[in-house]
Design a protein around this ligand. Structure first.
Ligand code: HGY
Ligand code: MN
Ligand code: MN
Length: 415
């Protein structure tokens, strides 16, 4: 019996309904990991999966399983991505991969002739938009979680311990979320490209060959708050003026050929009052590169520049490496399986590197991992107007499902 094709109406309905959860005034979606909106989206996916007769579970790291969890005696194909978003995100980043993964599991599980189980996962807190450890769930699943600080705290001061418990996880049992590689066949992630290449080349399916690495620094600049009117300019210890110079010094790193991209995306000044010199600034640095050595040299240069500017301005700088992810190559055999699935439907494909980080790069440490991209209209993402055409969304989901079927059917193999 052939597999049911992707159900277009069901796929698009779910994406539309999920886009209403965490909707912000700007028309974007704000569902930071472990936020109430994130929990609501999880409940939505649990209802949808259980209505299809699938088992669901939440592991100790807060990862949401939509289908059977990997278990001894079998090797499970895991399809997934993330439900959480950045602030004022679009409707597709992450969630498209989770909805498509569920769609594939619903259509393939009913076949009952698979040689390997297939399941779907929504990794917890991939973005790190509220609780600063990005890739939280896939780091835990792949056994790469750095030892959490005593009381991991979100940007808004709330405790991760409480938020994780509310999501069904357990901070004291994180290692129980670790997957056994012997129980995994592979990991596949479908995602929007979030860049301009596929749209420009008019190619509907991207096969990701590499995913860039990333280092995220949390920086605290401590100056001296003082009256804006009565404090002479010479001798000020202005944390915000130092931050302004630091923003440009970090932005210059790619131009000076240290790394591919460098961004300061978050900056908070205190007391943030119009007539007080800022005494404290907290900012984040995000540097990325496809080469691991360059990545770490660039992060080192960023710290050197920050400390030199701070010292010259009699501001104290403290730089902490908050998160980092290795650049990875995806699995060549899986890439061939995706290409073969596309060829069976005469769908053109393009190899490309991902400038965005993904849970797939964590999973690559324990099992063959690969990604399928679909075009992003205007090449934009992490903004409310992030979009992909319905036809491209459905075709991408069909490619995920076809590849999954080829890998899990009795005659299937890693091509
Ligand atoms: O930041 C990223 O690359 C991804 O959106 N987490
Ligand atoms: Mn993202
Ligand atoms: Mn994403």
């Amino acid at each position: 019996m052939p597999a049911q094709p992707v159900n277009r109406d069901r796929l698009l309905r779910r994406l539309t309904e999920l886009a209403q959860i965490g909707r912000s005034e700007s028309g974007g979606v704000t569902r930071p990991g472990f936020s109430p909106a994130d929990l609501e989206a999880r409940r939505y996916m649990v209802r949808e999966a259980e209505n299809s007769g699938l088992p669901t579970a939440v592991d100790a790291a807060g990862n949401l399983w939509l289908g059977p969890r990997p278990h001894p005696g079998t090797t499970t194909l895991v399809l997934g991505s993330h439900l959480d978003t950045v602030v004022d995100a679009g409707p597709l980043d992450g969630v498209y991969g989770v909805v498509s993964a569920l769609e594939a599991v619903e259509n393939l599980t009913s076949l009952n002739l698979l040689a390997h189980p297939v399941t779907a996962i929504a990794f917890a807190n991939e973005e790190g938009a509220l609780h600063p450890q990005p890739f939280w769930g896939s780091l835990a699943a792949s056994g790469q979680m750095p030892t959490p600080t005593a009381a991991p705290t979100a940007y808004d001061g709330t405790l991760l311990r409480d938020a994780l418990t509310q999501a069904g996880g357990n901070l004291d049992a994180i290692d129980q979320a670790r997957l056994d590689p012997h129980q995994l066949l592979a990991y596949l992630e479908l995602h929007i490209e979030q860049g301009p290449v596929l749209e420009r080349e008019r190619i509907p399916i991207g096969i990701v060959d590499a995913i860039v690495g990333r280092v995220q620094l949390e920086v605290e600049l401590t100056g001296a708050a003082a009256h804006a009117g009565t404090t002479p300019m010479p001798g000020r210890s202005d944390a915000l003026a130092a931050a302004a110079e630091i923003v440009l010094a970090v932005e210059d790193l790619p131009a000076a050929d240290w790394c591919q991209v460098a961004t300061i995306g978050r900056l908070e000044a205190a007391p943030n009052s119009p007539n007080t010199i800022a005494g404290l600034v907290h900012l984040t640095v995000d540097v990325r590169d496809a080469d691991e050595a360059r990545l770490h040299q660039a992060a080192g240069e960023a710290v050197r520049r920050i400390e030199s500017i701070a010292q010259r301005r009699t501001v104290k700088a403290s730089c902490t490496r908050a998160a980092s992810s290795k650049p990875v190559l995806t699995d060549a055999a899986l890439r061939r399986s995706i290409a073969a699935a596309a060829a069976r439907r005469a769908v053109p494909t393009l190899p490309l590197t991902s400038g965005a980080g993904h849970d797939a790069q964590m999973m690559a440490a324990i099992t063959p991992a690969a990604m399928i991209f679909v075009p992003s209209i205007g090449g934009v993402s992490h903004v409310p107007h992030e979009d992909t055409s319905p036809d491209d969304l459905v075709l991408g989901a069909q490619m995920l499902q076809d590849t999954a079927l080829a890998l899990t059917s009795p005659t299937g193999s890693l091509a």
